[in-house]
Design a protein around this ligand. Structure first.
Ligand code: GAR
Length: 187
């Protein structure tokens, strides 16, 4: 199997990145992580790039045309899949159009519910019975692309933002790799 050359975008802790790196060591896992991009020079997740000798690039999003620079880098590295794993910057319509359909994102809610930020507090406020996480294709509208995979759990009366985050993230480590496998099942 020819693995898809993949770039993972992060902004923070990088626990999903860490998990994807681990999974991609498996010969039967369809992607190879060749590059990591972050918009945050203090992103903790960069440590996983260093530990695994994967090249990483810190992008200064204050520069005009910074997305063109990213596109050039992706082209140079022959990247064909982008995984947004806690990347907290919105990609422009132009970027999405130029890169095509091969951009996926993980979001900590059961989309189409709770798009955007602060999902856990909003889930609690709305007294939802269930929550979870979603992997979806990225399109021009925030957190609105076609859903690839989702996992959910029931919320307990004593859950709070911290426990919801922990439970959601432990499901993320399952659903992100599963979504990638699903995408390339018939590849
Ligand atoms: C993840 O929970 C992911 O779902 C969320 O950021 C976290 C990153 O954690 N993404 C978003 O909120 C995107 N809107 P990580 O850096 O430890 O993987």
């Amino acid at each position: 199997m020819v693995k898809k050359k993949t770039c993972v975008f992060i902004s923070g802790h990088g626990s999903n990145l860490k998990n994807l790196i681990l999974r991609s060591r498996d010969n039967s896992f369809p992607i190879d992580i060749k590059l990591i991009i972050t918009n945050n020079k203090k992103a903790h997740g960069v440590i996983y790039a260093k530990k695994n000798s994967i090249p990483f690039i810190i992008i200064n999003t204050k520069f005009r045309n910074y997305e063109n620079r990213i596109l050039q880098i992706l082209k140079k590295n022959k990247i064909s899949l982008l995984c947004l794993a806690g990347y907290m910057k919105i990609l422009s319509k132009n970027f999405i159009k130029k890169f095509g359909k091969n951009i996926i994102n993980i979001h900590p809610s059961l989309l189409p519910k709770f798009k955007g930020l602060n999902t856990f507090s909003r889930v609690l406020q709305k007294k939802e019975a269930k929550t979870g996480c979603t992997v979806h294709y990225v399109n021009n509208k925030l957190d609105s692309g076609h859903i690839i995979a989702q996992k959910s759990f029931f919320i307990n009366s004593d859950d709070n933002e911290i426990t919801l985050k922990q439970k959601t993230q432990s499901l993320e480590y399952k659903v992100f790799p599963e979504a990638i496998i699903k995408m390339f099942r018939n590849y």
